[in-house]
Design a protein around this ligand. Structure first.
Ligand code: FPP
Ligand code: MG
Length: 308
């Protein structure tokens, strides 16, 4: 297989698969695709603000999951690239809005000043709105070689994942829970919606674009749900154990805000064990795919081993 930038993708062999080379190559590919997805135009200020956050770095794990899932189910990187860009646009807009003074009031994101600190609150809100709307346009206008019915399914999935039944709903319960002691069910609701819904959407949309059968989509959805929750548990742990430099954002915020987190409910060690268990469950879902699933298998392991 040859990547869109002409360089060959790393080989997929279980013993020799090099995840860090794979992630590096895919991140470079995504960075280039995102850079060209939002060209500067009039009014300059809004496009600059959108590009500022979209191109501020980040691991690009969500779009990488989408590309990997599409390839696993018989599609190509090219088929999934517009959706992968759209997913990163939506992730970025959710972070721009999450950092606003009306929400988490944060000054740093991805190692840089937050959008509203640079462009002001008004433009930051509009930059988020611009990215959200453009994400849907981008899928509809740029997806090639995929039947229209599948593109429509992707758009519906994405709408469901970001709206009140997904990210927005999770964020609302998160905001409502601030300063309160909440139970495990509420905490899980927050995380499965605020973080999990978009991660699941990445994997499922990749599978839809790749032409996966419904049973394969369901397997991949369960894989994604499990790694999504594991990702959040590790996020909660890193908020306690990692530094601001490692995270690229303020560390120790959850403790300071007395937020309910998994380490607070279960303790650090039990939280790590639970994250590992979820990753094992996720990996079990990939068994029928054999060696083709090596990228998604190793990404699942990376989700619990990451230190940033
Ligand atoms: C970060 O969580 C925030 C999110 C994962 C999503 C927030 C969602 C919204 C603001 C809704 C956006 C609107 C639409 C239409 C999608 P965090 O504060 O726990 O993590 P952090 O430490 O990285 O800020
Ligand atoms: Mg936040």
């Amino acid at each position: 297989m040859v990547a869109t930038d002409g360089r060959p993708a790393p080989k997929q062999e279980s013993a020799t698969f090099d995840l860090s080379a794979y992630l590096k190559q895919r991140k470079a590919q995504m960075d280039a695709a995102l850079d060209s997805s939002v060209p500067l135009a009039y009014p300059d200020k809004i496009y600059e603000a959108m590009r500022y956050s979209l191109l501020a770095g980040g691991k690009r794990l969500r779009p990488i999951l989408c590309l990997a899932s599409c390839e696993l189910t018989g599609g190509t990187v090219e088929m999934a690239l517009p959706t992968a860009c759209a997913l990163e646009m939506i992730h970025t807009m959710s972070l721009i809005h999450d950092d606003l003074p009306a929400m988490d009031n944060d000054d740093y994101r991805r190692g840089k000043l937050t959008n509203h600190k640079v462009y002001g609150e008004d433009i930051a809100i509009l930059a988020g709105d611009g990215l959200l709307a453009y994400a849907f346009e981008y899928i509809a206008a740029h997806t090639k070689d995929v039947p229209a019915s599948q593109v429509l399914q992707v758009i519906a999935q994405l709408g469901r994942a970001v709206g009140a039944s997904g990210l927005v709903g999770g964020q609302v319960v998160d905001l409502e829970s601030e300063g309160k002691s909440i139970d495990e069910a509420t905490l899980t609701y927050i995380h499965t919606h605020k973080t999990g819904a978009l991660l699941e959407c990445c994997v499922v949309c990749g599978a839809i674009l790749g032409g996966a059968a419904e049973t394969e989509q369901e397997r991949l959805s369960r894989y994604a749900k499990n790694i999504g929750l594991a990702f959040q548990i590790i996020d909660d742990i890193l908020d306690i154990t990692a530094t601001q430099e490692e995270l690229g954002k303020t560390a120790g915020k959850d403790l300071k805000a007395q937020k309910a987190t998994y380490p607070r409910l279960w303790g650090l060690e039990a939280s790590k064990t639970q994250a590992q268990k979820l990753v094992e469950q996720a990996k079990a879902e990939l068994e029928p795919f054999g060696d083709q699933a090596i990228p998604l298998l190793t990404i699942a392991d990376f989700f619990v081993k990451r230190t940033y």
